[in-house]
Ligand binder design. Structure first.
Ligand SMILES: CC(C)(COP(=O)(O)OP(=O)(O)OC[C@H]1O[C@@H](n2cnc3c(N)ncnc32)[C@H](O)[C@@H]1OP(=O)(O)O)[C@@H](O)C(=O)NCCC(=O)NCCS
Length: 165
């Protein structure tokens, strides 16, 4: 199994995988056009038999990105693929200089294991609720907000200052 950035040609399979879970309400559906538009957000997990997992890192604010559309194909769950996809997202966040990532999820225990902490949704900037208006769950969203600090802000800015001063 390898994790790579998605290719544009992966979009139909990504769409299929996300929307398979969306039918049961555990993921928000994504349109094919939103996947094409945001293809640079996506990581995919691949095996010889094709695409078996997906996750996206979407920048939303000066210091914040959302991890969204995390899905592992059902025969492959429980093999560390979800964890590897989240690691790819958080490593990219670190490289880009994003101090904090968040997720809206029902899989609290999974994310706790990966170092995420529950926060009040109100702690997140209002900008993130823009998309929610189009969601069938709006305004009664029961997903849990969780965040993970990637680089302590001060450390990040110290590093930045040292390198570019
Ligand atoms: C949630 C999901 C992404 C997890 O992926 P996965 O590949 O099965 O998870 P992993 O094998 O990487 O698990 C990593 C760790 O989390 C644990 N874990 C996985 N799913 C868990 C769950 N639902 N509850 C509690 N712990 C969980 C594993 O036991 C493992 O623990 P370990 O490191 O101590 O062995 C996958 O089950 C899935 O696609 N679910 C449907 C879509 C979904 O709910 N997406 C999340 C939207 S935010």
């Amino acid at each position: 199994m390898i994790i790579t950035k998605a290719k544009l040609q992966d979009a139909p399979k990504i769409h299929e995988l996300i929307n398979e879970y969306a039918k049961t309400g555990i993921l928000l559906p994504r349109s094919l056009s939103s996947i094409y538009e945001n293809i640079r957000d996506f990581f995919v997990a691949r095996k010889e038999d094709g695409l078996i997992g997906v996750a996206a890192l979407h920048i939303v604010w000066e210091d914040l990105a959302e991890i969204k559309s995390l899905a592992v194909k059902s025969p492959y769950t429980g093999q560390g693929i979800g964890k590897a996809l989240i690691k790819a997202c958080t490593e990219e966040a670190e490289q880009i200089g994003i101090p904090k990532v968040f997720v809206l999820t029902y899989k609290v225990e999974f994310f706790k294991k990966l170092g995420f902490e529950i926060v009040e949704k109100e702690m997140l900037p209002h900008k993130i609720w823009g998309e929610c208006i189009n969601c069938s769950k709006f305004p009664s969203c029961d997903e849990i907000a969780m965040t993970k600090h990637i680089i302590p802000c001060n450390t990040f800015y110290d590093l930045y200052d040292t390198k570019f001063a």
